[in-house]
Design a protein around this ligand. Structure first.
Ligand SMILES: [Zn+2]
Length: 181
């Protein structure tokens, strides 16, 4: 397992692969547990609202979510504590959808992506216990869905309907920030 992690960029085949499930034996492996800590750190250090293991080239079903209202990339969002979920699965989602901006640590791109505003995610934690998240906050639901997509090789651009909103971050700040979408 990689100890010093690097975020890979869009175009890297790992971002397009389907990731494998985490096994009970992985949980007992100290290297794997260390990897989980490193993945959480790299998310926080890069101001991510979340990260998925494939983004560091590890195709295992692991996601990290961390919404911090002081994060400059996603200001004023409702806080969601630093959370690691293994083998996460969306077990239900709302019919109601919402358009909102998404970005990604593997590219400079932002775009408006429609997503269900609520969802329920089930998985296991790093101790192997079943965890379940009823995500009523649309941004929290969005981040979980975005990260779980990574485990299936899906990138945010695949879900963009309004192609004209695809923008690099610098241009987003200049032309789109604060604009009603
Ligand atoms: Zn992403």
């Amino acid at each position: 397992m990689v100890s010093k992690l690097t975020i890979i960029r869009i175009g890297h085949p790992s971002l397009r692969a389907r990731s494998v499930r985490v096994l009970k034996s992985d949980l007992k492996n100290t290297e794997f547990q260390k990897f989980l800590d490193n993945l959480a750190s790299i998310c926080v250090n890069n101001d991510g609202a979340g990260i998925a293991a494939p983004q560091v080239g590890v195709n295992k079903r692991v996601i990290v979510v961390h919404v911090d209202p002081t994060n400059p990339r996603y200001p004023h969002k409702k806080a969601f504590p630093l959370t690691i979920v293994l083998n996460p699965k969306i077990i239900s989602r709302s019919k109601k959808m919402k358009d909102d901006w998404e970005g990604d640590l593997s590219s400079n791109i932002r775009a408006v992506v429609p997503r269900p505003i609520k969802c329920v995610v089930q998985g296991i934690n790093r101790e192997g216990q079943i965890v379940r998240y009823d995500l009523d906050n649309d941004f929290h639901a969005r981040v979980f869905q975005h990260e779980i997509d990574h485990l299936n090789g899906i990138f945010l651009l695949d879900k963009v309907k309004r192609k004209e909103t695809i923008t690099e971050y610098k241009e987003w700040k200049k032309y789109w920030k604060g604009k009603k979408i």
